[in-house]
Design a protein around this ligand. Structure first.
Ligand code: CUA
Length: 409
């Protein structure tokens, strides 16, 4: 698992002469590889998306038209300057005013240009904003500072709609209708590989159709400055081919959180998760999080039903692109720190602290309860046990797109 920050290795600006070239080469390499450690880049103009193709071709036509206009105007300008330049031997030029032909042309040409551009734009608008009917529906909820993705057409066998936090699974080669809203302030849904961006506004629901033909893990970000952790409000879009998508959604529908074996760390974690620890003021996780098939039904925070299958933590603050990274010691440390005091790790996080430190809720400092490190590890063990069956692991074998060296693999 890799901290999602960029580290520039600066070779120093005092180096001169022969050292300039290597320095430039290093700088160039750093820029090209997108800095280390490499994370997924946002890629605009992904041609596997019909939405992006439409915008691409509209832009090409508009730019082509602009180039033609530029050449025409430049030609007319230079021609006029050349032909009518002052010559000492010339008599004063003939004086006239009013030229109906010229004036008609000067009005008609811009009108034609504006009509052409309007036709292009209106045509694209019609293609980009269809009335979704056959599309797969996903409800997107943005909150400070995470995302929830719900499948309104898929009711789980355990009750409630199937929902996943911070990782949106969608089918390839098919229109997907997103209904986007916000639970607090204005956020921006921006996953350029599947389309442009749309504002997520409180009490407004906007439907928007996106797509991508290529299976893959894509990067999504919040694109609207929304508070302290705006930059930590990321998500993954995981596009799966139809059969894998169906398998995954079917498994999510049938999923009930596994019951931990009595006496195990998971069982102790389960109890703490559901009840907290009243004696030390540690609040329960279940008050704010939902785990499908258990009494945990909180909606203040992201759904944790499939936490063990997910490979992002803290809304993409950390991510692991391989199973090994997700289960190694470093990841365990990150998860431990996250549960222990997420407001220290992620500014503005509304999760309580469990090490007794203070954190802010609605402008007021509040003191968190306490759990021992062992108890925190028990909760982590329980969270990791919340796994979809192997065949529904939507990360496994899905190529990470937009990462120059294969992401953090
Ligand atoms: Cu949400 Cu920026």
């Amino acid at each position: 698992m890799t901290l999602n920050t960029t580290t520039h290795r600066n070779s120093g600006t005092r180096r001169r002469g022969r050292r300039v070239l290597p320095t430039l080469a290093i700088l160039g390499a750093t820029l090209l590889t997108g800095c280390q450690p490499v994370t997924q880049s946002l890629s605009i103009g992904d041609m596997a998306s019909a939405y992006n193709r439409e915008i691409w071709w509209m832009s090409i036509w508009a730019i082509a038209l602009s180039i033609i206009i530029f050449i025409g105007v430049s030609y007319a300008l230079f021609y006029t300057v050349q032909k009518f330049r002052e010559d000492r031997h010339d008599a004063p030029p003939a004086q006239f005013h009013g030229n109906n032909k010229l004036e008609t042309i000067l009005v008609a040409v811009p009108v034609v240009i504006v009509i052409l551009l309007s036709v292009l734009t209106v045509k694209s608008m019609a293609v980009l904003n269809p009335t979704p009917n056959q599309a797969t529906k996903i409800d997107v909820l943005a909150k400070q500072f995470w995302w929830n993705f719900a499948y309104p057409e898929v009711t789980s066998d355990a009750g409630g709609v199937v929902t996943n936090g911070n990782e949106m699974i969608m089918p390839t080669k098919e229109a997907v209708a997103l209904t986007i809203t916000s639970g607090d302030v204005i956020h921006g849904f921006w996953a350029p590989n599947i389309g442009g961006q749309r504002a997520a506004m409180p009490s407004v629901k906007k439907t928007w159709q996106v797509d991508n033909d290529r299976a893959g893990v894509y990067q999504g970000n919040c694109s609207q400055l929304c508070g302290a952790s705006h930059a930590n409000m990321r998500y993954k879009v995981i596009a799966l081919d139809q059969d894998r998508y169906n398998t995954t959604l079917a498994a999510m529908k049938a999923y009930r959180a596994p019951e931990p074996a009595p006496g195990s760390a998971e069982a102790r974690g389960y109890t703490l998760f559901m009840q907290g620890k009243a004696s030390t003021g540690a609040t329960s996780c279940a008050a704010c999080h939902r785990v499908q098939g258990t009494p945990a039904a909180g909606v203040q925070g992201p759904d944790l039903s499939f936490f063990g299958t997910r490979r992002t933590l803290g809304a993409g603050m950390w991510e692991a692109m391989t199973d090994a990274q997700w289960t190694d010691a470093k990841a365990a440390e990150e998860l431990h720190a996250w549960i222990k005091h997420s407001p220290l790790v992620k500014p503005g996080s509304l999760m309580p602290t469990y090490d007794g430190s203070e954190y802010m809720v609605k402008g007021k400092m509040v003191k968190g309860g306490t759990l021992t490190d062992a108890e925190i590890d028990d909760i982590a063990a329980y969270l990791r046990s919340l796994k979809l069956p192997e065949e529904a692991d939507y990360w496994k074998g899905t190529p990470v797109q937009g990462a120059p060296n294969g992401g953090t693999q």
